[in-house]
Design a protein around this ligand. Structure first.
Ligand code: ATP
Ligand code: ZN
Length: 286
């Protein structure tokens, strides 16, 4: 029988779309909107198990799933020791402590003897222990941010990304407990055959992820400025320089990290670069 990898992803929530999109960008055909627990890819030996994110660590730990995609926060909170194979760079957020915005907050000792509502008791306890603060934790399963308003707690410990939920509930972020992003986790004892498929999958993940972090940069530069322009390019390899039909001009092609582009754009213009194109890259094999 053909060996297939079973990967658990979030059934519905903030991670589901992005997880499916990552697989799709890897050329793996996945049925969307399927209500079944398990779906099969037709063109890659992978089956997808759709679960609540909280259940993913246990499934991967027990080997019911070989791999899983979930937030690091949920993984650590679960207490299951399963290896993280790769950080996936999406669903970035932080677990933070927040208090009503009128509170005169001077430091983490504020929480001494106070009541904190959270869905992350394990992570919160670890943090408070490290800081030597003893507080009462009130574990609730949803809408943590309303707890202070209804008098259930003095503060909360919850996931924050932009902070707008806190803001609209009259709260302010005061401490960052941990930073989190989506990760790929793996069962500890995959067979050789499964590891082989995992490596193929990781190769594709790498190609897709490097592509999304980089851009293809093309521009026209006067010949006497080509060396100077090359000097300010933080390119990964030496750029391609091609003469243009117009005498005295060349085209420079290179790959650049997206976040570096804005730092060099003024320098490029000062050196006479024109017709600058920044083009998305679909896949990048290093
Ligand atoms: P499930 O029904 O699967 O248990 P859930 O309600 O626990 O879903 P979601 O709200 O879908 O989970 O969030 C999933 C993960 O997305 C979080 O654990 C966290 O890692 C990440 N995340 C990123 N940004 C945010 C945010 N602004 N709020 C909440 N979670 C976020
Ligand atoms: Zn959950």
């Amino acid at each position: 029988m053909e060996t297939r990898l079973r990967i658990a992803i979030q059934k519905s929530g903030r991670l589901s779309e992005k997880s499916i999109e990552l697989l799709r960008n890897c050329g793996i055909k996945v049925q969307k909107g399927s209500r079944s627990l398990i779906t099969q890819s037709k063109n890659f030996p992978i089956d997808i198990l759709h679960l609540r994110d909280d259940d993913i660590p246990q499934y991967v730990h027990d080997g019911t799933a070989d791999l899983g995609i979930l937030g690091e926060n949920v993984l650590i909170e679960s207490g299951f020791e399963v290896p993280t194979v790769k950080k996936l760079g999406f669903a970035k957020c932080r677990l933070s402590l927040a208090v009503p915005k009128h509170v005169d907050y001077s430091g983490v000792n504020y929480f001494e003897g106070k009541k904190i509502a959270t869905t992350y008791p394990v992570l919160l306890k670890k943090y408070l222990d490290e800081k030597g603060v003893s507080a009462t934790m009130h574990e609730i399963s949803g809408s943590v941010e309303i707890a202070p308003n209804i008098g259930l707690a003095d503060g909360i410990c919850d996931i924050v990304s932009t902070g707008s939920t806190l803001f609209s509930n009259g709260l302010k972020e005061v401490e960052k407990v941990m930073f989190s992003e989506a990760v790929l986790i793996s069962n500890n004892s995959l067979s050789e055959e499964k590891i082989e498929i995992l490596n193929k999958l990781l190769f594709r993940f790498d190609a897709v992820m490097s592509a999304s972090q980089n851009k293809y940069l093309v521009m026209n530069v006067p010949n006497d400025k080509v060396d100077e322009v090359i000097n300010i390019l933080p390119g990964m390899k030496s750029p391609t320089v091609v003469p243009l039909a117009t005498e005295g001009w060349s085209a420079i092609h290179t790959v650049i990290a997206e976040d570096k582009f804005w730092n060099i754009i003024d320098g490029l213009k000062e050196r006479g670069a024109s017709g600058i194109l920044v083009v998305p890259i679909q896949k990048m094999i290093m």
